[in-house]
Design a protein. Structure first.
Length: 191
């Protein structure tokens, strides 16, 4: 390798490092907090639950970040017949890595997130004939969770997102399992 080639390589590496350093200086990271409302949809229930919660995160770069979420639901009918009625509610606590893709020349962006969450479902079963046979129990599981969505930046500090979410499957002792997903609409403020 001659001197000219070595000089060009050194200049190229130096330029690349300089651009990376400038990008790091221009984007120091950005925290955000928000609230969301939506629908929690477990399999094999009569009604989907109304969900609501809070979330917050930190953007390391304009594309990559982390996000934490707490989501809860209202009490909702799961099943009812002449002898029995059951209701459920759910809580989801998650931590995700996020990726945002900004569509060029628009305020729209696509968002993906993948991580881990705890999905807990509380069930109240009421026996209409024999009240002493009524019971309440809770089941939960922790596993992979995530979502895909579309967002809109109203200005550099305020955004809204609609997102499809999938939550960890809950495995019961009898071999049955409960899959749940949901759709949420959230808004957050960066600071």
């Amino acid at each position: 390798m001659n001197t000219l080639q070595k000089a060009l390589i050194a200049l190229s590496v130096g330029s690349l490092l300089s651009v990376s350093a400038q990008a790091a200086v221009n984007y120091a990271g950005q925290p955000y907090v928000g609230a969301k409302v939506g629908q929690y949809s477990p399999d094999d229930v009569e009604d989907d639950a109304v969900s609501y919660g809070v979330y917050g995160g930190y953007k390391f770069t304009p594309e990559f970040g982390v996000e934490a979420e707490y989501l809860t639901t209202s009490d909702t009918d799961a099943y009812e017949d002449a002898e029995e009625k059951s209701e459920y509610s759910a809580d989801v606590l998650g931590l995700y890595a996020t990726y945002d893709y900004a569509f060029p020349n628009t305020a729209l962006y696509a968002k993906g997130r993948l991580g881990f969450a705890k999905n807990e479902v509380n069930v109240d079963v009421t026996d209409k004939d024999i009240a002493s046979n009524s019971e309440s129990f809770s089941v939960s599981d922790t596993g992979v969770a995530g979502g895909l969505g579309l967002g809109y930046k109203f200005n550099p500090m305020v955004s809204a997102e609609v997102m499809y979410n999938f939550y960890p499957t809950i495995d019961f002792d009898d071999g049955e399992n409960l899959d749940a997903n949901g759709i949420t609409l959230g808004a957050h403020v960066k600071f």
